[in-house]
Design a protein around this ligand. Sequence first.
Ligand code: SAH
Ligand code: SF4
Length: 351
Amino acid sequence: MSLIENLKRKKVLEGEWEIEEIFQILNSEEFDKICKWADEIRQECHGDDIHIRGIIEFSNYCNMNCLYCGLRKDNKEIQRYRLLPEEIISIALNIKNNYDIKTIVLQSGEDDYWTADLLSEIITKIKSEGDIAITLSIGERSKDDYIMLKKAGADRFLLKQETFTKEIYRGLHPNASFENRLNCILTLKELNYQTGSGIIIGLPNQSVKSIANDIYSMEKLGLDMIAIGPLIPNPHTPLGKFQHGDPIMTIKTLAAARIITKTPHIPATTALGTLDKEYQIKALKAGANVIMINFTPPSVRSLYEIYPTKNRFVMDEERIVMETKEMILAIGRKIGKDRGDSLQYHSKNQI
Ligand code: SAH
Ligand code: SF4
């Protein structure tokens, strides 16, 4: 019997995963079997719905200096922008009213200009317009800020740890704290946000062992969302000359995350799609059940350059939404009609 079939059989009997077993999956050459296993679990937990999320990148100012990211403070090559609060609100309402997308992701660099007060006003206004979920992806903040934003109506928060190995983290984040980031994730959970984290595949000094530890750690955190994307080197950063993360390893990691954590929402990340659209489709067939569409205005979209995108031509949003929906239907899946809240979160709040 193959290693994967063996593990699969064993896991019917005992649920707890050991890091060594996760390592075995990641190290295995049985890629198709791993993807199929993950796809079965995705089907059991989420059925065929794929949830579309609309993302608005509202500011590219950032105080941090993550070695891989184009928005890092020391990158003087990009022009910085901030959308106006009214613009953010009107884009959010366009996403909801014209495309029937029920989750808005608000993402930015770590930018103090956006106080919790200002963000709360924006969130309150969007939420007053109907049934719409708001996910924030704005980095590390104080507990008081997280409390205020939750009160204003934010439902979810994405804060990728990027790696759960402290030494690797330290090498990539000057003047930042591994512990603080992890504590932020714990605080978000405590405050009842639907909480997401994730990792980058292809970071310097990363190994299959460390990725196994990442998945193990994310399982222990009991996350509602998990994002896994490949490193895309940005020439304006210290990691500019690095190789991009291996797309096959990225998909394998995503599949293993689905097998081990089961219920979280897992996107087929935009970074995977940047390497090749086909990889995003592969991810959707290997455990992913979410896809994001970018609604940042074309006038500033090319400035939100975390990593370089091959396609500098900005397609109009109507076409992107249409093509995304066609792609979902073409692989035999359905377009999620509800907000796509966390499964665990629902059960947690029913008790
Ligand atoms: N500033 C916030 C949110 C914006 S960055 C934060 O850091 O949490 C969103 C994500 O982009 C990061 O979590 C990181 O995983 C990803 N990212 C940054 N640079 C990247 C690169 N060069 N390749 C792939 N992903 C990258
Ligand atoms: Fe800033 Fe986020 Fe980029 Fe780090 S990853 S430099 S925090 S935008």
